[in-house]
Design a protein around this ligand. Structure first.
Ligand code: 5GP
Ligand code: ZN
Length: 114
């Protein structure tokens, strides 16, 4: 998508600190971290959010979770705990309308989330 920040990061039109990439997704450091570890896992294909996905995208979603777990293991944050967050629409806090999954770790998290 022409004016989408994350499409621009995916295709290199905007810079980002990339920590992982494969044929389906990238993982980057969040520009405004809210935890010591704050990564964003982003499909290369543009989806607005989960409401934009179909049954045929189920493997992609599973892939994202497996990569998140692998990144957590490789960063040594798996044991202490980490959080995967996906905000859907503005009322839930979504501000970038290209689906992404926050991977957060390195501090204590409260429940329910704010
Ligand atoms: P949302 O609020 O949509 O769930 O999350 C969007 C996230 O994207 C926010 O945590 C915000 O800090 C991050 N973000 C927004 N613009 C950029 C950018 O240009 N680069 C990076 N790396 N992160 C961004
Ligand atoms: Zn996009």
């Amino acid at each position: 998508m022409e004016d989408c920040i994350f499409c621009k990061i995916v295709d290199g039109r905007l810079p980002a600190k990339k920590v992982y990439e494969d044929e389906l997704i990238i993982a980057i450091e969040d520009i405004s971290p809210v935890a010591p570890v704050h990564l964003l896992l982003i499909p290369k294909r543009h989806f607005v959010n989960s409401l934009d996905m179909q049954v045929s995208d189920r493997e992609l979603v599973g892939h994202i979770f497996l990569v998140a777990a692998e990144i957590a293991r490789s960063k040594g944050i798996a044991e202490n705990g980490f959080r995967i967050v996906n905000n859907n629409n503005a009322g839930a806090g979504q501000s970038v309308f290209h689906i992404h999954f926050h991977l957060l770790a390195g501090r204590t998290f409260t429940w329910p989330p704010g």
